[in-house]
Design a binder for this molecule. Structure first.
Ligand SMILES: N[C@@H](CCC(=O)N[C@@H](CS)C(=O)NCC(=O)O)C(=O)O
Length: 219
């Protein structure tokens, strides 16, 4: 198994957590430096034409891409412990909570969006940060609204076992930390993220614990 990753990538973080939960250690980790733009170089474009991390090769391929699709693939090929509940309504809820992060919030803050704002739209840094913080906040508020209201929320986002929803709650809260967005107004998200980060599979997947990461983000 070959995992294309970068310490700062939140989408790679999601997959790293899933790999750890499943007890899978990739044979090779290929570092694609998003800060240098290596994702746009021909070598990586040949791997993933969308030029986004992460990507995963399991056996003789084909390449797996898109973090949620990869997590579901891992869950289907290595069912224990499960990342989704058994019942259809539960599965729909977990997938929907995950989508708040993976489909609606996180895509608005990735390098290609920030680069477009900077170089094409010529937006200054405070304006770009305002954009990013706004959409992180919207994601946190949406998660909090569902998690705080639903009886299915217990120790974790869905019941008392970790699911893909928790992985995405943690990614959302970690992204908030990257951009200095306070999670205090979202106490259920904060509690679940903190509970998860006490679990080794989550803790050792943290962006700042990966090779090449700085000791802190310096803010
Ligand atoms: N929906 C994709 C998002 C992937 C994504 O945006 N990855 C970011 C890093 S977290 C990336 O590679 N960005 C490169 C860029 O924006 O140029 C997924 O979940 O895998």
């Amino acid at each position: 198994m070959k995992f294309y990753s970068f310490w700062r990538s939140l989408a790679a973080f999601r997959v790293r957590i899933a790999l750890n939960i499943k007890g899978i250690v990739p044979d090779e980790i290929v570092n694609v430096d998003l800060m240098k733009g290596d994702q746009c170089q021909p070598a990586y474009k040949a791997v993933n034409p969308q030029m986004l991390l992460p990507a995963l090769v399991d056996g003789d391929g084909p390449i797996l891409f898109q973090s949620v699709a990869i997590m579901e693939y891992l869950d289907e090929t290595r069912p224990e412990p499960p990342l989704l509940p058994k019942d259809p309504r539960g599965r729909a809820r977990v997938r929907a909570l995950a989508a708040i992060n993976a489909s609606d919030s996180h895509p608005l803050m990735v390098p290609r969006v920030r680069n477009f704002m900077e170089h094409e739209l010529k937006l200054d840094e405070p304006t770009r940060n305002k954009w990013v913080k706004h959409w992180i906040g919207e994601g946190l508020a949406a998660m909090e609204g569902h998690l705080s209201r639903d009886k299915e929320t217990r120790t974790f986002a869905h019941g008392d076992a970790v699911t893909m929803a928790d992985i995405c709650v943690v990614a959302q809260a970690t992204g908030a930390g990257f951009f200095n967005v306070d999670t205090m107004p979202y106490p259920t998200v904060k509690r679940i993220a903190e509970t998860c980060m006490k679990i080794e599979a989550f803790a050792k997947a943290h962006p700042l614990k990966q090779p090449g990461a700085p000791a802190s983000l310096g803010h």
